[in-house]
Design a protein around this ligand. Structure first.
Ligand code: 3PY
Ligand code: MG
Length: 271
Protein backbone atom coordinates (compact mmCIF):
# COMPACT_ATOMS: atom_id res chain seq x y z
CA UNK A 1 0.00 0.00 0.00
CA UNK A 2 1.29 3.50 -0.81
CA UNK A 3 1.98 6.16 1.82
CA UNK A 4 -0.57 8.84 2.59
CA UNK A 5 1.45 11.91 3.46
CA UNK A 6 0.91 15.34 4.92
CA UNK A 7 2.16 18.46 3.16
CA UNK A 8 5.30 20.05 4.61
CA UNK A 9 4.90 23.28 6.60
CA UNK A 10 5.21 26.42 4.53
CA UNK A 11 6.78 29.74 5.49
CA UNK A 12 3.62 31.15 7.08
CA UNK A 13 3.43 28.15 9.46
CA UNK A 14 6.96 28.92 10.69
CA UNK A 15 6.24 32.66 10.90
CA UNK A 16 3.05 32.11 12.91
CA UNK A 17 4.93 29.82 15.32
CA UNK A 18 7.90 32.19 15.70
CA UNK A 19 8.45 34.51 18.63
CA UNK A 20 11.33 36.34 16.93
CA UNK A 21 12.41 37.48 13.50
CA UNK A 22 13.37 34.54 11.25
CA UNK A 23 16.83 34.68 9.67
CA UNK A 24 17.39 33.37 6.18
CA UNK A 25 20.29 32.81 3.82
CA UNK A 26 20.19 33.13 0.06
CA UNK A 27 21.30 30.17 -2.01
CA UNK A 28 22.36 31.63 -5.33
CA UNK A 29 24.89 29.01 -6.45
CA UNK A 30 22.30 26.71 -8.01
CA UNK A 31 23.97 23.86 -6.16
CA UNK A 32 22.02 21.23 -4.17
CA UNK A 33 25.20 20.50 -2.22
CA UNK A 34 25.59 24.12 -1.15
CA UNK A 35 21.85 24.34 -0.42
CA UNK A 36 22.24 21.34 1.89
CA UNK A 37 25.26 22.90 3.63
CA UNK A 38 23.26 26.10 4.20
CA UNK A 39 20.20 24.12 5.31
CA UNK A 40 22.22 22.55 8.10
CA UNK A 41 23.78 25.80 9.29
CA UNK A 42 20.97 26.73 11.66
CA UNK A 43 19.05 29.30 9.62
CA UNK A 44 15.27 29.42 9.84
CA UNK A 45 14.73 29.65 6.09
CA UNK A 46 16.77 29.40 2.94
CA UNK A 47 16.04 31.49 -0.09
CA UNK A 48 16.58 29.66 -3.39
CA UNK A 49 16.83 32.36 -6.02
CA UNK A 50 15.98 31.99 -9.69
CA UNK A 51 15.80 35.70 -10.52
CA UNK A 52 19.51 36.47 -10.42
CA UNK A 53 20.96 32.98 -10.12
CA UNK A 54 21.54 30.05 -12.48
CA UNK A 55 18.49 28.04 -11.50
CA UNK A 56 15.99 26.16 -13.61
CA UNK A 57 13.20 23.80 -12.59
CA UNK A 58 15.52 20.81 -12.35
CA UNK A 59 18.03 22.52 -10.06
CA UNK A 60 15.23 23.93 -7.90
CA UNK A 61 13.78 20.44 -7.54
CA UNK A 62 17.19 19.04 -6.61
CA UNK A 63 17.67 21.76 -3.98
CA UNK A 64 14.21 21.18 -2.48
CA UNK A 65 15.08 17.49 -2.20
CA UNK A 66 18.52 18.24 -0.75
CA UNK A 67 17.23 20.41 2.10
CA UNK A 68 14.12 18.41 2.96
CA UNK A 69 15.73 16.49 5.81
CA UNK A 70 16.63 19.70 7.67
CA UNK A 71 14.48 21.84 9.96
CA UNK A 72 14.51 24.81 7.58
CA UNK A 73 11.86 26.31 5.31
CA UNK A 74 12.81 26.55 1.63
CA UNK A 75 11.50 29.72 0.01
CA UNK A 76 11.89 30.14 -3.74
CA UNK A 77 11.96 33.25 -5.91
CA UNK A 78 10.89 32.82 -9.54
CA UNK A 79 12.51 35.09 -12.13
CA UNK A 80 9.26 36.91 -12.86
CA UNK A 81 5.63 37.22 -11.78
CA UNK A 82 4.33 34.81 -14.39
CA UNK A 83 1.35 32.45 -14.18
CA UNK A 84 2.96 29.60 -16.10
CA UNK A 85 6.29 29.75 -14.29
CA UNK A 86 4.54 29.91 -10.90
CA UNK A 87 2.42 26.87 -11.88
CA UNK A 88 5.57 24.93 -12.72
CA UNK A 89 7.24 25.94 -9.45
CA UNK A 90 4.20 24.93 -7.41
CA UNK A 91 3.89 21.62 -9.23
CA UNK A 92 7.53 20.77 -8.56
CA UNK A 93 6.81 21.23 -4.85
CA UNK A 94 7.61 24.86 -4.05
CA UNK A 95 5.32 25.84 -1.17
CA UNK A 96 6.72 29.25 -0.27
CA UNK A 97 7.21 31.88 -2.95
CA UNK A 98 8.71 35.34 -3.00
CA UNK A 99 7.57 36.95 -6.25
CA UNK A 100 9.81 39.79 -7.47
CA UNK A 101 8.89 43.22 -8.85
CA UNK A 102 5.26 43.48 -7.80
CA UNK A 103 4.41 47.13 -8.36
CA UNK A 104 0.64 47.35 -8.06
CA UNK A 105 -2.42 45.69 -6.58
CA UNK A 106 -3.24 44.30 -10.05
CA UNK A 107 0.16 42.59 -10.19
CA UNK A 108 -0.33 41.29 -6.66
CA UNK A 109 -3.72 39.87 -7.64
CA UNK A 110 -2.12 38.16 -10.65
CA UNK A 111 0.42 36.46 -8.34
CA UNK A 112 -2.38 35.31 -6.02
CA UNK A 113 -4.41 33.97 -8.96
CA UNK A 114 -1.38 32.03 -10.20
CA UNK A 115 -1.16 30.27 -6.82
CA UNK A 116 -4.76 29.03 -6.61
CA UNK A 117 -6.92 26.57 -8.46
CA UNK A 118 -10.26 27.81 -9.79
CA UNK A 119 -12.54 29.33 -8.71
CA UNK A 120 -10.10 31.41 -6.62
CA UNK A 121 -7.39 31.50 -9.26
CA UNK A 122 -6.09 30.15 -12.53
CA UNK A 123 -3.57 27.47 -11.53
CA UNK A 124 -3.75 24.58 -13.97
CA UNK A 125 -4.63 21.18 -12.51
CA UNK A 126 -2.00 18.47 -12.76
CA UNK A 127 -1.85 17.09 -9.25
CA UNK A 128 -1.79 13.45 -10.30
CA UNK A 129 1.37 14.23 -12.25
CA UNK A 130 3.03 16.55 -9.78
CA UNK A 131 5.35 16.39 -6.80
CA UNK A 132 3.28 19.14 -5.09
CA UNK A 133 0.57 16.54 -4.42
CA UNK A 134 3.15 13.77 -4.13
CA UNK A 135 1.40 12.23 -7.13
CA UNK A 136 -1.96 12.20 -5.31
CA UNK A 137 -0.52 10.75 -2.11
CA UNK A 138 -1.46 13.92 -0.22
CA UNK A 139 -5.14 13.32 0.51
CA UNK A 140 -7.52 15.92 -0.91
CA UNK A 141 -4.64 18.04 -2.24
CA UNK A 142 -6.82 19.90 -4.74
CA UNK A 143 -9.00 21.30 -1.98
CA UNK A 144 -6.14 21.88 0.47
CA UNK A 145 -3.49 23.28 -1.86
CA UNK A 146 -4.11 26.91 -0.85
CA UNK A 147 -3.44 26.23 2.81
CA UNK A 148 -0.10 24.56 2.00
CA UNK A 149 1.30 27.69 0.32
CA UNK A 150 2.79 31.03 1.37
CA UNK A 151 2.91 33.94 -1.05
CA UNK A 152 5.15 36.93 -0.41
CA UNK A 153 5.42 39.70 -2.99
CA UNK A 154 8.42 41.97 -3.34
CA UNK A 155 8.20 45.70 -2.76
CA UNK A 156 11.25 46.97 -4.59
CA UNK A 157 10.44 50.06 -6.60
CA UNK A 158 9.30 53.60 -5.89
CA UNK A 159 6.02 52.71 -7.63
CA UNK A 160 5.50 49.69 -5.36
CA UNK A 161 6.13 51.84 -2.27
CA UNK A 162 3.58 54.33 -3.59
CA UNK A 163 1.07 51.47 -3.96
CA UNK A 164 2.12 49.57 -0.86
CA UNK A 165 -1.16 50.05 1.03
CA UNK A 166 -3.18 48.45 -1.79
CA UNK A 167 -0.61 45.71 -2.28
CA UNK A 168 -0.53 44.67 1.38
CA UNK A 169 -4.32 44.60 1.53
CA UNK A 170 -4.59 42.27 -1.46
CA UNK A 171 -6.40 39.13 -0.37
CA UNK A 172 -4.20 36.07 -0.71
CA UNK A 173 -0.94 37.98 -0.26
CA UNK A 174 0.54 36.60 2.95
CA UNK A 175 3.25 39.19 3.21
CA UNK A 176 5.83 41.39 1.56
CA UNK A 177 9.58 41.16 1.14
CA UNK A 178 11.27 44.50 0.65
CA UNK A 179 14.21 44.65 -1.76
CA UNK A 180 16.43 47.64 -0.96
CA UNK A 181 18.78 47.09 -3.94
CA UNK A 182 16.18 47.49 -6.68
CA UNK A 183 14.40 50.08 -4.57
CA UNK A 184 17.56 52.20 -4.43
CA UNK A 185 18.01 51.82 -8.20
CA UNK A 186 14.45 52.93 -8.92
CA UNK A 187 14.91 55.94 -6.64
CA UNK A 188 17.96 57.14 -8.55
CA UNK A 189 20.54 56.10 -5.94
CA UNK A 190 21.69 52.76 -7.32
CA UNK A 191 23.99 50.84 -4.97
CA UNK A 192 22.98 52.96 -1.95
CA UNK A 193 20.67 50.69 0.01
CA UNK A 194 21.39 52.76 3.12
CA UNK A 195 20.53 56.11 1.52
CA UNK A 196 18.17 57.93 3.94
CA UNK A 197 15.37 58.09 1.34
CA UNK A 198 15.66 54.36 0.64
CA UNK A 199 15.63 53.58 4.36
CA UNK A 200 12.55 55.81 4.75
CA UNK A 201 10.81 53.91 1.93
CA UNK A 202 11.69 50.59 3.58
CA UNK A 203 10.36 51.90 6.91
CA UNK A 204 7.12 53.06 5.27
CA UNK A 205 6.65 49.62 3.68
CA UNK A 206 7.34 47.81 6.96
CA UNK A 207 4.75 49.98 8.72
CA UNK A 208 2.16 49.36 5.98
CA UNK A 209 2.65 45.61 6.10
CA UNK A 210 2.52 45.44 9.88
CA UNK A 211 -0.63 47.56 10.15
CA UNK A 212 -2.34 45.36 7.55
CA UNK A 213 -1.48 42.32 9.68
CA UNK A 214 0.73 40.81 6.98
CA UNK A 215 4.17 39.29 7.36
CA UNK A 216 7.00 41.64 6.53
CA UNK A 217 10.51 40.71 5.45
CA UNK A 218 13.46 42.72 4.25
CA UNK A 219 16.82 42.01 2.76
CA UNK A 220 19.75 43.47 4.69
CA UNK A 221 23.29 42.14 4.74
CA UNK A 222 24.74 44.86 7.03
CA UNK A 223 24.37 44.09 10.73
CA UNK A 224 23.22 47.58 11.66
CA UNK A 225 20.44 47.54 9.04
CA UNK A 226 19.37 44.03 10.06
CA UNK A 227 19.00 45.17 13.68
CA UNK A 228 17.19 48.35 12.68
CA UNK A 229 14.61 46.53 10.55
CA UNK A 230 14.08 43.85 13.20
CA UNK A 231 13.46 46.61 15.76
CA UNK A 232 10.82 48.02 13.42
CA UNK A 233 9.08 44.65 13.42
CA UNK A 234 10.46 42.75 10.41
CA UNK A 235 9.21 39.17 10.75
CA UNK A 236 11.94 37.76 8.55
CA UNK A 237 15.27 38.98 7.23
CA UNK A 238 17.62 37.77 4.51
CA UNK A 239 21.00 38.18 6.15
CA UNK A 240 23.55 36.76 3.73
CA UNK A 241 24.20 34.69 0.63
CA UNK A 242 26.16 31.53 -0.14
CA UNK A 243 28.01 33.13 -3.05
CA UNK A 244 28.89 36.28 -1.09
CA UNK A 245 30.22 34.21 1.82
CA UNK A 246 32.35 32.18 -0.57
CA UNK A 247 33.59 35.23 -2.47
CA UNK A 248 34.57 37.19 0.64
CA UNK A 249 35.86 34.16 2.54
CA UNK A 250 38.03 32.96 -0.35
CA UNK A 251 39.36 36.48 -0.90
CA UNK A 252 40.33 36.76 2.77
CA UNK A 253 42.09 33.40 2.66
CA UNK A 254 43.93 34.30 -0.55
CA UNK A 255 44.97 37.67 0.87
CA UNK A 256 46.44 35.86 3.87
CA UNK A 257 48.39 33.14 2.07
CA UNK A 258 48.77 34.30 -1.53
CA UNK A 259 49.69 37.90 -0.86
CA UNK A 260 51.98 38.01 -3.92
CA UNK A 261 49.01 37.51 -6.24
CA UNK A 262 47.66 40.52 -8.08
CA UNK A 263 43.95 40.28 -7.37
CA UNK A 264 43.16 43.01 -9.91
CA UNK A 265 44.88 41.60 -12.99
CA UNK A 266 44.48 38.00 -11.87
CA UNK A 267 48.16 37.34 -12.55
CA UNK A 268 50.63 35.97 -10.02
CA UNK A 269 52.97 38.90 -9.23
CA UNK A 270 56.09 36.96 -10.23
CA UNK A 271 54.94 36.25 -13.84
C1 3PY B 1 16.56 43.66 -3.81
O1 3PY B 1 17.15 44.19 -2.84
O2 3PY B 1 16.36 44.22 -4.87
C2 3PY B 1 16.09 42.29 -3.68
O3 3PY B 1 15.49 41.77 -4.58
C3 3PY B 1 16.35 41.55 -2.44
O4 3PY B 1 17.59 41.66 -2.02
MG1 MG C 1 15.40 42.86 -6.31
Amino acid sequence: MSFRINPDPSFKDALIAADRSLAGIWVCSGSPLVAEICAGAGFDWIFIDAEHSPNGLESILAQLQAVRGYPVIPVVRPPVNDTVIIKQYLDVGVQSLIVPMVNSAAEARAAVAACHYPPLGVRGVGSALARSARWNRIPDYLNRAGETLTLMVQIESAQAVENVEEIVHTEGVDGIFIGPSDLAASMGVIGQQDHPEVVAAVEKSIAAGKSAGKFVGVNAFAEQSIKHYIELGADFVGVGADVALLARGSEALAAKFAAGHDAVSGTPASY
